[in-house]
Each structure stands twice: as C-alpha cells, then as structure tokens.
Design a protein around this ligand. Sequence first.
Ligand SMILES: Cc1ncc(COP(=O)(O)O)c(C=O)c1O
Length: 399
Amino acid sequence: MISNEAVIQKGQQYVMNTYGRFPVALVQGKGARVWDADGKEYLDLTSGLAVCGLGHAHAELLEALHKQAETLWHCSNLYWIEPQVELAAKLCQYSGLDKAFFANSGAEANEAAIKLVRKYWSRQGKPGCEIIVFNNSFHGRTLGALTATGQEKYHRGFTPLVPGFKYADFNDLDSVKALLGDNTGAIIVEPVQGEGGVNPADPGFMKGLRELCDRHGLLLVLDEVQCGMGRTGQVFAYQHYGIEPDAVTLAKSLGGGFPIGALLAREEVARAFAPGDHASTFGGNPLACAVAGRVIDIIVNSGVLENVARMGGYLHQQVTALVAGRDDVVQVRGLGLMLGVEFTREVKPLVDLCLQKGLLLISAGPRVLRFLPPYTITGEELDAALDILKTALKEWANE
Ligand SMILES: Cc1ncc(COP(=O)(O)O)c(C=O)c1O
C-alpha cells in the first residue's frame, strides 16, 4: 500500500539528495488543496512554488492537455509547431515584446537571456560584455543562471563560475551606477525578488534602471520567472512600474504546472540570434505550449487578475493584523499574491508546524515566511489557512 513512509524510504534509497524535503509525499491535488499518500488534506498556499497559479487539476488545462496529447506530443523544432506559434503570439501581444524563445525551466530561460545579451553585443563589436545583477537575487541553478544569482551560499563548491557578472544592491541605484563601465551590456533584475526574501522593487528603482539603460545603451532584462504570469495582479510584474523591458524571462506559472520556460525580447535584440545559436530539444513542445496558451487565456479573460489583486490585498491586510504586536516580526511585504513576512528568527519550525496542521507555506531565505497561493484562491480558503497559521504562531511563540 502506498504511504508517506513507503515513498520516503524508497526515495531516500534511489533519489539524489539535493532537496531538504518535508516528510510528506503529495499524491493528488485539486484547486488550492492537496493530499498526501496517507490521505491527509492540506491547503496549498505555495502553488507548487509559484507554479500551479490556477490551482491543481484545473479542468480547462486538463482539457487542453488531453486534446493536444491525442494530436501530437512532440516534434522537433526543425519543424513549425502550431501551439508554440500561437503561444508566442499571445505572449508578444500581452508583453508588447516581439519574439519568443521557448525552454523548459526558469534557469534555461535565463541562460537563453544571458546568451542573447552576449550575442547582441558581440554583433555590435563588444564581445564578452559584462552583466550587472543583484545581491539576494535568484536566477536558477545552471552555471550561467547560478552566476547571475547574487547569493554566495548557492555558489559555494561550484566555482569557477561564468566570468563577466557584477553584483549591485537591490533597490540601490547608486550601487548600479558604481558598477557601470565601457563593457557593461545589460542589467538583469527580478521586479520582485522571490527566493531572496519577497522584496518588491521600489517604483523609483525600476524607473531609474530603465533610465540608466536608456542613457548608457544597455539592455534591461527582467526575470519574471516567479513574479510573472499574473502572480502580482498584472500579467507581467513590470506593468506595475510603467516601464518596458528589452527582454523578459518566464517559467513557473506560465505552464500552470506543465514544465515550460520562455524568453521574450524586442525585435532588434531578438535578431541577434540566428539559426544554430541556441536550441532546446524539448523547448516549446506541443504539450507545454497548448497548456500554456490556455493558461494565458484564462488569466487574461476570466477575472483572475482581479481576484489576485483583491485576495492579495485581503491576505496582506489579514496577515498584517495577525502579526501585529509581535516583537519578532520585521515587515510584511509583497505584491499581489506574492507575500512575505520577515521575522527576526528562522521560520523553518513555523513552516513545519503549519504542515503538521494541514497548511503548506514556504520560506524565502531563513527568516521570511512566504505565501504564494493560487490566483483562484477564495476568501474562505484564505480564512481557513489564516486560522491554522494563527494556532501555529501561538505554538511557535511558546516553543
Ligand atoms: C526568479 C527566478 N528565476 C529563476 C528561477 C529558476 O527556475 P527553475 O527552477 O525553473 O530553473 C527561479 C526559481 O525559483 C526563480 O524564482
């Protein structure tokens, strides 16, 4: 019989030890709820870590997946793929950018962006350009994306890294200016840092970055792998800031749970790639693109963004009230349904307490409790989650 224990035992024997996993094996999901192998139910306020934006087992996504599975699962990118073309057109329509490249994950989307930046400047006679990235950022685990990630703990043991990256401080324009040089080619930034602790960019900072890029002829690349595709209440997080990027990377919620990543770019920048410059066997495959195409339709046309804004406001307000008066809370911050509570101490025991009580939450760095509910979450579901959190917070205080 399947059970948490049986799955965990076999996993410990056969699966590489790269994740600090919770002692639970999830086997089923529906909407904002998931069930483990022992039949226990949880409210999932992680959405599979910002992936299942429309909740688990969304009926329309299942329909899109089944329909495509019965037609064509895979064909090489040496042929045109109709669902990929349709998805590219939709992403360009909603982003205002001109061209898309498809990958399978966030890290790969960022690798594509890094290569595009390098190729763009090589063609302009500036090979090996430098890229400015940010402390506390997270861009993925492949070597280029890892180098772009401004957190030393992820670098340890994996040097030498990729040359040509410089690290500025997030929300500090002067620290960016101090790094500018003749060989700078681009700035890569998350509009809301996710793994780094749920840090939204200040409006003046994002505008300032755009102005700096315009003044110095640099490319502004936004990593919206976590904060994009509706998470903040706009399709793209940069739409809150009134700026336009030169390129954007996406993954996570783009496929609603089906693996896909994307790089979008302005025509002039995208043109740097020629056949043979970049590729991915599975990138932009028919199944992923059919599902992602439907994800966008639902996000844009079904009142989903309005729900994110409404429920995001409600969650922010309720969580602020819940932690009011606690002397171990530093700040509640976020955008839309991407919320973090920074504590003065490590939140892992609190996350564990919530799990035991049937609520999935996650940390962002050691001291930030992170909420990433599905965009379709209801007020009743949030209330139920907050009741559990309230009890867990009390127990945590008494520990
Ligand atoms: C902002 C950001 N970029 C990139 C990545 C890497 O994505 P993936 O794990 O799909 O490679 C993540 C993952 O958490 C992320 O949050």
